[in-house]
Design a protein around this ligand. Structure first.
Ligand code: AMP
Length: 258
């Protein structure tokens, strides 16, 4: 058992090494069963484990297995050596377009894979992206993910910033919520703040999302604006596909090495 890596909603995450040889480094996430039960999130935790353990993609955090004792559940997760992307963003304020473009490409590739397995992530935001040893994206936190199709209405909690119009308006939603969130993510990477943030609070953000009140600060390239505008469309079926994202000039121009 090594150092604590962080603290989650229901317990801590530790860096660990297996006793069996060859030794293997893992992130072990502990979850207190009593707290999950108290929060009535058993079904959600079960779903998170079931979904994540079946996924294999270089930009999706692997869940190798799990075990439990009387009190706790232990998830054996891939170790993301470079920690939270959110922390990098907070430290730098914003990212260069080159760096942003490469992150967006990796998230698009991970989401394309999830959608091909009929899984909607539904909680794409910088806090849920970890970084591997080479700085590559590792998409984690499948707590809100579901098997499509889903006609459920959203219970809104936490930040509104990444929710699409159909979710803030309480309508049915589909996998295109992730395409919208990718547009919000790209915007936040290059601008340093989310596109529909509003000083007046949640009501203001709500209105701006529902109207798709999208404005860009000065100094953003036309290619970046074009890609973001194609993802942030009111009608879900109008949003650019992940194939379209990966073929877009703003992604292609930074895709080559160096
Ligand atoms: P979570 O409960 O998933 O929100 O995790 C709490 C914190 O632990 C995260 O914000 C990360 O800082 C850290 N963490 C979680 N999983 C990993 C991992 N697989 N590799 C490295 N750090 C992690």
């Amino acid at each position: 058992m090594g150092r604590p890596l962080g603290k989650g909603q229901f317990g801590r995450v530790y860096l660990v090494r297996t006793k069996t040889r060859p030794a293997f480094i893992l992130a072990l996430k502990t979850i207190y069963k009593s707290e999950v039960i108290a929060a009535q999130l058993e079904a959600q935790v079960r779903r998170e484990i079931e979904i994540q353990s079946n996924l294999r993609h270089p930009n999706v955090l692997r869940l190798y297995g799990y075990f439990h004792d009387e009190k706790r559940l232990f998830l054996m997760l891939e170790y993301a050596a470079n920690g939270e992307l959110y922390r990098q963003l907070a430290k730098r304020g914003r990212f260069s377009e080159k760096r942003s473009s490469r992150y967006v490409a990796q998230v698009a590739d991970a989401l394309r894979y999830l959608h091909s397995k009929r899984i909607i992530h539904r909680d794409i935001k910088p806090e849920n992206l970890l970084l591997g040893l080479s700085g590559e994206i590792k998409l984690g936190d499948f707590g809100w993910s579901v098997h499509a199709p889903s006609n459920r209405r959203t219970t809104m909690c936490g930040t509104l910033d990444y929710l699409p119009p159909e979710m803030v308006e309480g309508r049915a939603h589909n996998n295109m919520v992730d395409n919208w969130a990718l547009g919000v993510l790209a915007y936040e990477f290059i601008c340093g703040f989310a596109p529909f943030e509003d000083k007046s609070g949640k009501g203001g953000t709500f209105m701006r999302i529902a109207r798709v009140d999208l404005r860009f600060p000065l100094g953003i390239s036309n290619e970046a604006k074009d890609l973001i505008s194609r993802l942030l469309r009111y009608a879900p079926h109008d949003r650019l596909s992940f194939d379209g994202v990966l073929a877009h000039p703003w992604i292609q121009c930074y895709a080559k090495a160096s």
